[in-house]
Design a protein around this ligand. Structure first.
Ligand SMILES: Nc1ncnc2c1ncn2[C@@H]1O[C@H](COP(=O)(O)OP(=O)(O)OP(=O)(O)O)[C@@H](O)[C@H]1O
Ligand SMILES: [Mg+2]
Length: 440
């Protein structure tokens, strides 16, 4: 049903429908005008014939002679085709003696069983010596004309309109298929799949093919610049990692040599933060660059959550949070255990770091992981922004961190074909990660 609607809305179909309507309208006007002209010509011819009959019968001035002429002629005439009648001083004579219309020239329906008269006639009346002479001719020619026109109309107009409609429908279906292919590619591109390209469009190349080629070029340029950007950031992170690590070693040596210098401890802590940031950035770039899915193995979410909870329990106690774990038929999913552990770790860390002391609930329900706290939460308008790299809420500026935790969660979840959704826990944040269940 929807497919038909889609096809009916395509440009070729709309053009076809408009053309068909225009063609039918023009044809009807042309046929109407032709019929009108032909009908008038027929009326003229009939009029001339009847006039000749009347003139011939009314050649004499004497009513009796006219009556005789009419009687004779009427006897020979076939009343089915020709009616002759004279209403003279001696009464009416002729092959039709029924009622007559008042007009001098008219098309009427007559009925007279005795004379085999039945149907439409074209009548002409004229005053002649001593009375009125009426001549009439059957209207079969007019009916025939109408029938011929109707036949021509149905034999030419209808098939042509149907053929054009059919052709339009074929074009429309083809164009709908091409548009669907373009739409599909655009959707994949806007979903971030920059490697998406248009499939070979069916049919001969046209303007849509050119549009498609333009989309492909745009996508290729976008892909190239994004990958160049990724490469540059990965290179920077990689190149800076070693000197920073060396700096840390030097700082550690300096702290050993001068343990009383407090500023060295702070410098070492900052350097640790920088290394963590670089590591996270590199990890995100690695995963985005297509971390091998070949390493995926079945991971049971239950034991994994158990391990992560045990790992974070001391930290939670230290910050005054109570970390609880609920397992509801935990599923086994296809993935990389360390990365999945990182997802749970980052979400728990956020709850501990960004919410005041209170309950933090980790729930595994099938293939869905939920971490909920009762802190300030994240405003809905920021839900997309916090997934960006290095983005932190204003309120978190004073807390440690680099704004990469959720970005990492997001890429890992996407790598596993899952979805991450941030929701209002009223109060607090509820981060919900849903993975597709194992197939096969
Ligand atoms: N549970 C939460 N409650 C309130 N705000 C949160 C919560 N989790 C994340 N946020 C907000 O989202 C921002 C981004 O989180 P993200 O985990 O990406 O970075 P981070 O925690 O600041 O640093 P890190 O890179 O160490 O994780 C945080 O800075 C914080 O403002
Ligand atoms: Mg974090």
């Amino acid at each position: 049903m929807n497919r038909w609607r889609e096809v009916l809305c395509t440009t070729p179909m709309r053009l076809t429908l408009r053309l068909v309507v225009l063609f039918v309208a023009i044809s009807l006007v042309a046929f109407g005008a032709t019929w009108w002209l032909a009908n008038n010509a027929l009326i003229d011819a009939t009029e001339t014939t009847l006039q000749q009959q009347i003139d011939a019968l009314s050649a004499s001035d004497r009513p009796e002679e006219i009556a005789r002429a009419v009687r004779n002629a009427a006897k020979q005439a076939d009343a089915e085709h020709l009616i002759l009648r004279y209403d003279g001083p001696q009464g009416a004579v002729g092959n039709y003696l029924g009622p007559l219309p008042a007009e001098d020239l008219a098309k009427v329906s007559l009925h007279d069983h005795d004379h085999d008269i039945k149907g439409d006639y074209f009548l002409m009346r004229e005053k002649v010596a001593g009375g009125t002479l009426t001549a009439g001719q059957d209207a079969d020619a007019f009916d025939d004309l109408g029938e011929v026109f109707l036949q021509v109309l149905t034999l030419t107009l209808l098939p042509t309109a149907l053929l054009v409609l059919g052709g339009g429908l074929i074009f429309a279906f083809r164009s709908a298929r091409r548009i669907a292919a373009i739409e599909d590619t655009l959707e994949r591109l806007s979903a971030g799949e920059l490697s998406a390209r248009l499939p070979e469009l069916p049919g001969t190349p046209d303007d849509l093919t050119r549009v498609g080629a333009g989309i492909d070029r745009l996508a290729a340029a976008q892909e190239a610049s994004v990958s160049a950007l990724r490469q540059v950031s990965a290179d920077i992170a990689h190149d800076l990692k070693t000197p920073i690590q060396r700096l840390m070693v030097l700082l550690d040596q300096a702290r050993d040599q001068a343990p009383e210098v407090e500023v060295l401890d702070r410098a070492a802590a900052e350097a640790h933060g920088i290394v963590a940031t670089f590591q996270a950035l590199l990890q995100i770039a690695q995963i985005e660059g297509g971390s091998p899915r070949a390493r995926f193995m079945p991971v049971d979410l239950g034991p994994l959550a158990q391990t992560m909870t045990e790992l974070y329990e001391p930290a939670a106690t230290e910050t005054g949070h109570s970390l609880t774990l609920s397992l509801r038929h935990p599923a086994t999913i296809n993935g990389e255990r360390t990365l999945l552990g990182q997802v749970i770790a980052n979400l728990i860390e956020n709850a501990l770091r960004h919410s005041p002391p209170g309950p933090v609930a980790l729930t595994i329900d099938g293939a869905t992981i939920t971490v909920a706290d009762r802190g300030p939460g994240i405003p809905a308008s920021e839900h997309q922004a916090v997934l960006r790299r290095l983005y932190r809420l204003e309120s978190s500026r004073s807390t440690p961190g680099s704004g990469l935790g959720l970005a990492l969660v997001d890429v890992i979840v996407k790598l596993h074909g899952g979805t991450l959704s941030l929701q209002d826990n009223a109060p607090g944040l509820r981060a919900v990660v849903t993975f597709p269940g194992m197939t096969g």
